[in-house]
Every structure is written in C-alpha cells, then in structure tokens.
Write a protein that binds this ligand. Structure first.
Ligand code: DQQ
Length: 471
C-alpha cells in the first residue's frame, strides 16, 4: 500500500481493508482508545468486527488486535455493529449492536479484564427485542451516560411513516434496561431547515455549555449526512431549538462519535467514507479514514461545530508563506505552495460583489483541480469536485455550506489535504469534509482566483504535515 497516492498519512486508518464508524471512544488512564467498524477480510462492508487502536495524544496511533469478532450462532453472528464504551465502576464495558442476517439488530454487552484488549461477551442480549408497540426501521447504535445515579442509553431507530428517532432506556447495572419512550421523533416529511431522514443512526447526546446536543446520522436507504440538534432536555424528552448539518461534506462525515476527556474537552472522530466506485476501492485494498480529532464547540452563530484539536498544529512541518496582496479578477494566480499532504491557512477578504476561489490539488493546466469557492452575494462556501479527478469512477458532486460573514469579517480557511482526503474549516463555524482522487502526479498546485472584483489576501501559509505512521 506504500506508494498509493490516495492513502492519507496523518489521519487514522487501519493498515488495510474496510473501516467505517468510530466506536467505543474512551480515555482510560493515560491512553485514548479508538475502536472502529472493521472487516478484516477485505475492503467491503460485511461480517463487521471491532478494530482497535490506542494513542497517548490523539495524533499518533498504535494498532491493537481485533477487539470484538462475531460469534457463530450468537446475536452478533453476522456483525458486531456500532456502539460505545463506558467505565462501569472500574470495568471497561462495551455496549454494541449484534447483527444477524437477514436483519436482526440486538443490543449486546462485553467487558474487558485486561486493559481493553480482549473482551468477554455477556451471554444474553441486554435488551431482548425493540418496544413492541412501535413499527420500527432499525434498532441500533448506542450512547450511554450516567444520570441521576443510574445509566441512560439511547438507541437509534426510525418509526415507519414518521421519521428518525432515538429511544431512551434506563438501567441500574447496564444489563437490565427499562424502556423510557422516544427522546425525540423526527419528521421525515419536513425539509426545513434540514431534512432529517427516515432513520437515525449512531446517536450521541451530551451537554454543551448550558444546552444539550443530540447528534444523529441521517439514513434513508443510504447514508446522507450528520445532523446536530441543540436544545432543551427535560424529563426524558428533548426539544431541539436549532437543527443543522454538522458537517457540510454530507455522507463523507458520517457516524461521528464523541468522548469527554479529562481536560474538559469533548473530542469527536467521524468516518470519512470513500467517494469512488466499489471496483476502485477493492483494487486499492482499503476503504475509510477517520477525520482529524476534533473538539466539539458552540460556534459564534449558535451552530454546533467540531474543529481540529489544538494539538493538530504539532503535525506541522516545513512551512511556506505567501505575501499578502491583491488578487485581480481573471485567471488563477499560482502560489509557490504544492503538495498532497498539507495544511493551508488563509485569511482573505472576498470581493464584496463577486467570488473568490482557492484551487487545490491542481495540475498546471488546470485540467484537474478541486475548487473551494466563496460566493459573496449568496454567502455560500462551495467545494467543487467536478474537475477533482480525471478518473471516471469518482464522486463529483459539490458540497455547499452557508456562511454569512459579518461586516468587516474576513474569510478564514483552514484546509487539510491528505492524499484523497480534504477537510475544510471556515471561520471556526463550518466544516466540509470530503474525498478527492486526483490522478496526475503534477496535481499538487495551489492557486487563488477572484471573480468580478479583486480579493485581498491578508495572510496565507502552508505546512507539509507529518507522516504519523513514520514511513
Ligand atoms: N454502520 C454500522 C451500524 C451503523 C452504520 C454497521 C452507520 O451500526 O448504523 O457497520 O455507518
């Protein structure tokens, strides 16, 4: 796999094969544990296990042996699907969804007695069946927390004919659960401010400042995107006041999970899925990357945002600076920056009437280029992938993030390029995470372009990023 130009170097991924959701994120002693949905048999989603990695700093990872494998004849015979990890009075405990063909989804539990390496499964499912009075689509994925001296848990689901939902359960011992009704039911017929789909996967629920936040991955025959809802939680019910996409790269930032860490931050990883054909993925031999570790915050405009943790700056290597100045409207102006594993930081004033763009991973003739464009009149930041690759079998749809700028506020972009992965953070309040697969070896250029009127670059810098695998 060395020499594969699409393989990220400073993001977590297993050595080979399929990975999807982050699972069981937990800080245990001095160590961070990241488990993940994993198929050791190949780069396709089947017979899912829990892979495992550990880190002292959330940046550099050690691969660990597989943590959970399907048990023949058990409720997880065809897959150990997503779940979380908690500290049960000193016992590391995983709650996950056992999957059995054709479509049985059953809550299961496992405990580790050797420092989170091997896991002993509880002999019985911890919930025998979904609530009988609900006509459910799916019954899977878990978030568990302590509240009022007992455990609370949410399970993701959808109510046929209504919308996505999260079902609340309570327990004294993590093994016997009492159903407490839906925490919230979405409306799949409602498209404003954002469509919330027919099934909610991978719920996460936590306090953020004075508010509570519910994060769900929106599914309807396929993954769509992740939504964040901010609002009031009282008496086992949640009333969202604000609902929006958590990341504007849509399905490329999916099934995120958070963990509170001891210094008070809430850390999030999301699954960044591939954006190319199944055949291309199988030929590559690997699929799926984790996002950068992010910190969940409340943005200045009230949206929930997850931004790279401060430690990511430690990955910066050799830097290059571009002099401030005016970009006149017309052809793109090339900068001396090039590379496929970079961080770029740009502060600029877009033209008041017009637009400005940053060309990324661009070939000298511009035949391949991924274009990040800010349209001032529409106040929209777009990641245009239409020319991102000369390969025929990649996803080319654009991602759009609404981003109104206050009077006198510049556009501030942090862009992380890592092989086929791109993460964009704008003004500490929007993120766009996606995948691009340029094929030309000379597609490493960075250029700036203005349309309509000049743009003014205040500061621009780029850094070559470290290879966390050290090869
Ligand atoms: N993937 C898992 C499920 C989850 C979905 C199966 C989200 O538990 O609902 O791998 O990607």
């Amino acid at each position: 796999m060395t020499g594969d130009p699409h393989r990220p170097r400073y993001h977590f991924l297993p050595p080979a094969n399929w990975m999807n959701d982050p699972n069981g994120l937990i800080q245990w002693g001095e160590t961070f544990h990241l488990f993940y949905q994993y198929n050791p048999a190949g780069a396709y989603h089947r017979h899912i296990h829990w892979g495992h990695a550990t880190s002292a700093d959330l940046l550099y990872w050690q691969h660990q042996p597989i943590a959970l494998s399907p048990t023949p004849g058990g409720p997880d015979a065809d897959g150990c699907w997503s779940g979380c990890a908690v500290n049960d009075h000193g016992a590391p405990t995983i709650i996950y969804t056992g999957f059995r063909l054709p479509d049985a989804q059953t809550p299961c539990l496992a405990v580790s007695h050797d420092g989170l390496l091997t896991w002993q499964k509880w002999p019985e499912p911890i919930i025998a069946a979904p609530p009988p009075d609900l006509d459910l689509l799916g019954f899977r994925d878990h978030t568990v927390w302590r509240e009022d001296g007992r455990w609370s848990m949410l399970i993701g689901a959808g109510i046929r004919g209504q919308g996505g939902t999260v079902l609340l359960y309570r327990s004294a011992d993590l093994r016997h659960w009492e159903y407490g009704g839906p925490l919230l039911i979405g409306d799949a017929g409602q498209f404003d401010p954002v469509w919330t789909g027919t099934l909610w996967e991978c719920p996460d629920f936590f306090a953020l400042g004075a508010d509570n936040v519910l994060i769900c991955s929106v599914w309807d025959q396929r993954p769509y995107y992740t939504i964040a809802m901010r609002g009031d939680y009282r008496d086992g019910r949640f009333a969202p006041q604000v609902t929006h996409k958590l990341d504007y790269g849509d399905a490329h930032f999916y099934a995120p999970q958070t963990m509170p860490i001891r210094d008070g931050r809430r850390i999030m990883f999301g699954w960044v899925m591939e954006g190319r054909s199944e055949a291309a993925v199988l030929a590559a031999g690997w699929a799926g990357v984790m996002s950068l570790p992010r910190e969940v915050r409340l943005a200045s405009d009230g949206q929930v945002v997850a931004l790279p943790i401060a430690e990511v700056r430690q990955l910066r290597g050799m830097g290059k600076r571009v002099s401030p100045g005016c970009i006149m409207p017309g052809a793109p102006q090339w900068t001396p920056i090039r590379g496929a594993h970079l961080e770029l930081e740009i502060t600029l004033f877009p033209p008041a009437q017009g637009a400005c763009s940053v060309w990324l991973r661009a070939s000298p003739d511009g035949d391949e280029a991924t274009i990040l464009r800010y349209d001032s009149a529409r106040a929209i930041l777009t990641l245009d992938r239409s020319r991102s690759s000369l390969a025929s079998d990649v996803w080319r749809d654009a991602h759009h993030a609404p981003l109104p700028l206050a009077a006198g506020e510049p556009l501030h972009l942090r862009v992380f390029l890592d092989g086929s992965l791109i993460e964009v953070f704008a003004n500490d309040r929007r993120s766009i995470t996606s995948r691009i697969y340029p094929v030309r070896p000379d597609s490493g250029g960075v250029a700036l372009q203005a349309e309509g009127n000049p743009a003014e670059v205040v500061a621009m810098q780029a850094w070559e990023m470290a290879d966390i695998w050290g090869d």
